[in-house]
Design a protein around this ligand. Sequence first.
Ligand code: GUN
Length: 293
Amino acid sequence: MTAAIIDGAAIAERMRAEIARDAARFTAQYGTPPGLGAVLAGDNPASAQYVRMKRRACEQVGFTSTAHMLDASSTQEQVDDAIRRLNDDPAVHGILVQLPLPPQIDEERALRLVSLDKDVDGFHPINIGMLGMKGREPLFTPATPTGCMVLLRESGAVLEGANAVVVGRSNIVGLPVALMLMKANATVTVCHSRTRDLPDIVRRADIVIAAIGRAEYIKGSWIKPGATVIDVGTNKIADPNTEKGYRYVGDVEFATAKEAAGAITKVPGGVGPMTITMLLQNTMKAAWRLASA
Ligand code: GUN
């Protein structure tokens, strides 16, 4: 069997077109566009690239974007001040504090400072707490896990009662996606670097979320026939056959996994394009909420 490909790029494009129409309606109604504010501290090239991509995406859907670029030696006061200024700015509806922050900055304190109404990354401890609790709903959910859930929904996967295995327990992906799968009534197992017999656990999964950040770690022989596989990994590997000398692969060995899975995402073109789309969608929601408050 060869898996159906879950086309994140196409789904993201369709959703961004909808967000752009929504943004135009918002701007016509309120005379000012939805706005995203970002705080970037330090010189991590991947973070700088993410922030650039997020700002470009804002422009494409008709949002404004504001960025506070702080250097690697910034103090907690400078980071806190940038967040407070975005909290107080009426043209900013959503705030994103790009992670990781430099080691001298208390991440928990920074994330807690973001106004709940503008917490479009869903990383405020109150939003994460609500996500984990039965009968509660957070205002916003983190972008990458939300993108995974949209891809699962679009693939037609049944979550209710399904065995879902999340490989990776990061605050940004593994933990929140596990909470979201629980809310969707899946039976969730979270695996990590110290998990024993990982292949056997993955073999029982109807749904696999791969978010460990190790190139092609999960093999096709581990995948239950017909399972749905969402690959969050983006790992750069050397490839002298490409023009640039490198390419990106996921956490799943795609060539073998696609022979077992019922549906699978590709890297690139799977989860990646969804992440920024979910951030835009959350910002749109924040703008409507704040404007009508
Ligand atoms: N760093 C890696 N992924 C993310 C993300 O989704 N949001 C933020 N703020 N930082 C990140």
